[in-house]
Design a protein around this ligand. Structure first.
Ligand code: SME
Length: 164
């Protein structure tokens, strides 16, 4: 395995996500620690794709409150209530939310004014418990599509299989 995270911006996205999945499996082999998984996975994604912000908001009060966890990028806000913004919506509805244009999303929380599009993926642990959401912000409009949904959901499956 390479000692550094590869730049995958020029790689077809399906291949890029497969590569990251392989790296994630190797790097997290034997671990069942949620924070280690979040830190490692956010570093992989952030540096492979050079996003604006890549990280996790953890469920600290079930069905009520998300709090920032491991991330890469500019500063993120600390707490997000379920139902608020893109992260809070994905958490409350337990589904992936793709936002092509954040300015058209009512209630979007702007932590970085350069953010133009966003994807938020729920993270489930053992027994299908929602433990966090993965949030990725891009400076480009409509950065995320169905390939990202499938690729990121596959990466988030680590948390369930690792039984965190
Ligand atoms: N944009 C997110 C908030 C988190 S940050 O951008 C890091 C949202 O609307 O949920």
């Amino acid at each position: 395995m390479e000692p550094v995270i590869p730049d995958l911006r020029a790689t077809p996205k399906v291949d890029a996500y497969n590569k990251l999945r392989d790296m994630q499996q190797v790097l997290l082999e034997g671990s069942s620690d949620a924070i280690a998984g979040m830190a490692t996975t956010s570093a992989l994604l952030h540096h492979a794709f050079a996003h604006l912000w890549t990280g996790f908001y953890r469920v600290v009060e079930p069905d009520r409150l998300l709090r920032v966890g491991p991330y890469q990028g500019t500063l993120g806000c600390l707490d997000i209530t379920f139902g608020r913004g893109v992260c809070g919506t994905a958490a409350a509805e337990r589904r992936t939310v793709v936002v092509k244009d954040v300015h058209a999303f009512p209630g979007h929380i702007a932590c970085d004014a350069r953010s133009r599009s966003e994807i938020v993926v729920p993270v489930f642990g053992a027994h299908n418990t929602l433990i966090a959401v993965l949030d990725i912000d891009s400076a480009e409009l409509a950065m995320f599509d169905d390939v990202d949904v499938a690729g990121l959901e596959a990466l988030m499956a680590w948390f369930q299989t690792a039984d965190v």
